[in-house]
Design a protein. Structure first.
Length: 129
């Protein structure tokens, strides 16, 4: 990402270890990272700041990832068009279908290896990492 403005990514996950892992992997690839602990905090952040990609967990307190995603997709453009990578430990086909129905661009099972994470992020936010 040399010579260009770093793509901004919001990591939405209630697990501090997961957020730290994603942050380390993505910052080392040149991305600018912000974090939210749940969907409610994430909704506040996307209303105040622009992001190129959101990485959203499914199971979180206060507002889960699917509720957040449905709320985001109901907002006016450009908010409703932010690409979203949903990550979860839920691996059933119904989980992927639910994420797609809520507006996810991609659904991935945790844990994501660093190389797979940076490849997905690059694809979804139009950058090569």
């Amino acid at each position: 990402m040399t010579g260009a403005k770093a793509k901004r990514i919001l990591i939405v996950d209630d697990a501090a270890l997961v957020r730290a892992y994603y942050r380390q992997a993505l910052e080392s690839a040149g991305y600018s990272i912000d974090e939210a602990l749940n969907g409610l905090e994430a909704l506040e952040k996307v209303l105040l700041h622009s992001f190129d990609l959101l990485i959203v967990d499914v199971n979180m307190p206060q507002m889960d990832g699917m509720t957040f995603l449905r709320a985001l997709r109901q907002k006016e453009l450009p908010l409703s068009s932010i690409p979203v990578l949903v990550t979860s430990s839920e691996a059933g086909p119904q989980d992927m279908v639910a994420a797609r129905a809520a507006g996810a661009n991609y659904y991935s099972i945790k844990p994501l290896k660093q190389e797979a994470l940076t490849e997905l992020v690059g694809m979804l936010c139009g950058a090569t990492a």
